[in-house]
Structure formats: structure tokens, C-alpha cells
Design a protein around this ligand. Sequence first.
Ligand SMILES: *Cc1c(COP(=O)(O)O)cnc(C)c1O
Length: 339
Amino acid sequence: MKADLRSDTFTKPTPEMLSAMMAAEVGDDVFGEDPTVNTLEKKAAGMFGMEAAIFCPSGTMTNQIAIRVNTQLQDEVICDFRSHIYQYEGGGIASNSGVSVKLLDGDRGRLNADDILRNINPDDIHKPITRLVGIENTVNKGGGSFYDMAELKKIRDVCDRHNLVMHLDGARLFNALVETGEKPAEYGELFDTISVCLSKGLGAPVGSLLIGSKEMIKKARRVRKVFGGGMRQAGFLAAAGIYALANNIDRLKDDHRRARTIGSALQEAAFVCEVKSIDTNIIIFLLKDGYTTDQILSSLASKNVLALSFNPNEIRMITHLDFTDEMLNPTVEAIKSIH
Ligand SMILES: *Cc1c(COP(=O)(O)O)cnc(C)c1O
């Protein structure tokens, strides 16, 4: 057994997903002629109660397209400092769209309406025009934290009153939805654009969707082409996405349960000083003095448990489709054995 908890992007297609992919009917999607891509886009839009969707190679691209189509040169985006759009998209907000970013410090990455309101620039020629609010749900660097619907509604209200676009980086939105019991359409009602990843916990090999109004997605098609994201017989990949949306959402609950079990083992481990709150599939823990991340990561690796470190003294594990119940006990034993 090898428990690869470095990221939920490491999942590989199951035999069932692979057969769905191999059976896909395909065409040239740049010409709009791939029936499987068209079906996926329609299904996703329908799920969220929105007009249209576009299939892209990555969540970085769907986020960057959303920012590009909704902003103009010299505008400003508001987001939490932990946001993927700021931390992990290579400064693309600046290079792709020529806009600046105002970083807030939310509660485990979750912004609130008052904070956003305070950070909207006044109408003053010295200031960039505040144009878009980027919300991430669940928050990756917030340890998989998720939003309260009531707060999101307040944020929508602020956006309406100040003419701001509300974009959702929902790379792991379905992890939040299986916990809250909310429906995708409730999110479709609130946000102008929504990005979801098929390649994380949902287990597809490649692909993300940007969902929004017809007008927005029409503009997005032009930007996707410019970004080099127009794919030809992409239906083989879209078929994996259709399979993932139909089969792999409810099971995310199992990932969350397994994450909590690992969390309990870590709480009692000799080398752990604190386990951050585990709300979904992300586990973040801090090491006691005298232990280093290199040392703990290699001890775990020698017992076939892989994890990652992004900050000094801090280790992250993420559960996913390819981390099974059979791997759970050996992982717990590996944690217990390190002193
Ligand atoms: C993974 C991820 C993305 C998209 O990443 P890609 O690797 O470009 O698909 C976007 N936002 C968050 C929060 C993520 O975790």
C-alpha cells in the first residue's frame, strides 16, 4: 500500500471512468463540435441553474478567464491573501488581466461582507476601480474551511450595491456541499461566475469548468482560445468529467470521515503540537519543537505515507478517491510509530 496524501490531484481514473472515456463520442471542440464536451457543459450549467459553461484544461485557467472577462486594465480584485488566484496562479492576475489585488485576512480564508465593504475603493482618480470579489470555497490554505450561506448572501448584497462581480473559485466546492447539504443551484443564484475542478476529489484526470451567463461564457471562449486552452477532441476528457459528476460527489463524505480519523491519530502523535480544524478533506498539523518537517515527511514516506509541507513546521495531508479504507489503518499505524 502507498497512501499518497500529498494532494487530491493525484487520483487516477478508475476502470469504470476509463471505459466511459474510451467510449466517448468526440469531435473538434474548438469548432464547438465535440458532443461529449457539449453534454458536460450543458450538464454543469443545468446543475448550477446557470445558462452556460465552458470546459478548460485547469482551474487556474477557469479562474484567470473569469478575472479577464470581468475586469479592465487597472481595475482591482479583492480576495483573501491565502487565495489560490493570488498564491498559486503565478501572478496571472497581473500578467493576464493587468489588474491589482487587495488582499484581506479572512477567518481561515473566508471573507466577510463588512471587511469587503471597508476595502472597496472610493471614486478617486488615485485609486484603482474595485471590480471583482474572489471567493474560494472550500479554502485550500484555510485547511478546507467552508462558507456559511448567510455570509455569502451578505457578500452578494455588497457586490450588488457596489457593482462588483462575485466570482467563486470552487475547486473543491462539492466538498463543501456534501457537508452543508446545499445544492449547486443555490450557488448558481449567488455568483456571477463559478469555477469547479473535476480533477481534484472528483477523480477526473484533467479539467475544470467555468459556469456563468451565456454572455460571459461567450466572452470566455474567446479568452480560452487566446490563453491556448482550446482543445480538439476533448470529449475523451469531458467523458471523465461527466462520469465524475454522476458518480463521485456523494462519496466525498468518505474522504472527510477518513480525514477526521487521521486527525484523531495525529492529535495523539508524539511529534504533533496542534491539528488544525478538519472541516472537509484537508488536514493541517504543526510539529512540536525538536521535530523538522523534512524528518517527519521522510519517516512517513519510509512507511509509505506521503504528505507535503508548505510552511515551516507545518504539514498538510489531503484525502481523496484513491485513499481507501484499507489504507486508513496502516496510515494511522505509521503515524503512531513515529517518536
Ligand atoms: C487546485 C486548485 C485550483 C486549480 O488548480 P489547477 O491545478 O490549475 O487545476 C484552483 N483553486 C484552488 C483553491 C485549488 O485548490
